[in-house]
Design a binder for this molecule. Structure first.
Ligand code: SF4
Length: 340
């Protein structure tokens, strides 16, 4: 209700998939041209991840489904099909918002049975995507987790994170907390094409510095590395150098996964923007979603000396954060498998 006065259109009709997740209403506003927010009331906030997913955390909280950052390679795209949206343009523009998330989370954290294990924020869609500028779910989530003594990790590409830096620094005084920024494309032209809704590489480098400036370490996810687009020594060297200069403390580097409908959306983009690479990608991903072992070994060997040269640590965060399951095991997170 808080910005109903600014809405130019309110549509209370909904797809059957939205009805399944507690649909309230759909809203469009001039500040977010081309986007529709579908407000829903969730029944639960803490998602427990099946042990079979083999991830380094067992609980996640996700306020949004869909993401206007619109990365062509986004792992989370197939989750939109569960809501009867498509995994392409709908994922980028039809954003589902759990407006009562903080209230439900507080209730769940107050249960005597809550185990206070690390909660990962940013494992499905970006918690600091553009919608967060309006709905502001994260301050309530962070405060509730910290007040309950629950450790947390935050992963984002979004510069909206700056708004909450003081709150995050305060929370880090109360509970173990890690922040990771995702930055894998240093070339501005490729960035505009492959991650069209995300803050620029320069803006994210500035965000890394801002995280350090409030006294926190800043891990950087240099992922996904795109074969033959961002995997050259020159690109990786320059990017890792910029990350180190910005204050990044450690990095995780891994290559592109192409699962289910993400694969079709990404390959359509590749055919349009880099048709010369289509046959190469078909060959690389001929056995499934993961790059072959020899490519992964090559990337590891290429990256290791660069990480050392720039004085960055490898994946040495103090506790579990949002890292994908090791290939080739698929990550399985309710209700559909995703990570980004
Ligand atoms: S990869 Fe992350 S930032 Fe990009 S669209 Fe997906 S959820 Fe959003």
């Amino acid at each position: 209700m808080r910005w109903s006065g600014q809405a130019v259109a309110v549509d209370d009709g909904a797809l059957p998939g939205l009805q399944r997740v507690g649909f309230v209403r759909s809203v469009r506003t001039p500040q977010f041209e081309g986007m529709t927010f579908h407000e829903v009331l969730c029944k639960s906030a803490l998602n427990k991840i099946p042990a079979a997913a083999m991830l380094p955390f067992r609980f996640t909280v996700n306020g949004y489904r869909g993401c206007a950052h619109a990365c062509r390679y986004c792992f989370a795209r197939p989750t939109h099909e569960y809501l009867d949206f498509d995994a392409g343009a709908d994922f980028d523009s039809q954003i589902v918002v759990k407006t009562n998330l903080v209230e439900v989370l507080r209730r769940e954290l107050n249960r005597p049975s809550w185990c206070r294990e690390t909660v990962a924020l940013g494992t499905n869609t970006d918690p600091y995507q553009r919608a967060e500028g309006r709905y502001a779910l994260m301050p309530g989530i962070i405060s509730a987790l910290a007040a309950s003594g629950t450790p947390m990790s935050i992963l984002t590409k979004g510069t909206v994170l700056r708004r909450d830096l003081d709150l995050i620094a305060d929370a880090a005084q109360q509970v173990p907390l890690s922040v990771a920024i995702s930055l894998a494309v240093g070339d501005p032209e490729l960035h505009r094409d492959v991650e069209p809704g995300t803050p620029s590489p320069q803006a994210r480098l500035g965000l890394i510095t801002a995280v350090r400036d409030v006294g926190l370490d800043c891990h950087v996810m240099v992922a996904p590395v795109l074969p033959h687009l961002t995997d050259s020594v020159d690109h990786l060297d320059a990017l890792l150098g910029q990350i180190a200069a910005a204050g990044g403390s450690s990095v995780t580097v891994f290559g592109l996964h192409l699962r289910s409908s993400t694969r079709g959306w990404f390959m359509t983009w590749l055919a349009r923007s880099h048709p010369e690479l289509v046959a190469t990608y078909r060959q690389l991903y001929r056995r499934g979603a993961y790059l072959p072992a020899d490519y992964r070994d090559m990337l590891r060997r290429r990256v290791a000396p660069l990480v050392t040269r720039h004085g960055l640590a490898g994946d040495q965060r103090p506790f579990a954060g949002p890292v994908p399951a090791p290939a080739p095991a698929p990550a399985v997170i309710e209700p559909q498998p995703t990570l980004f």
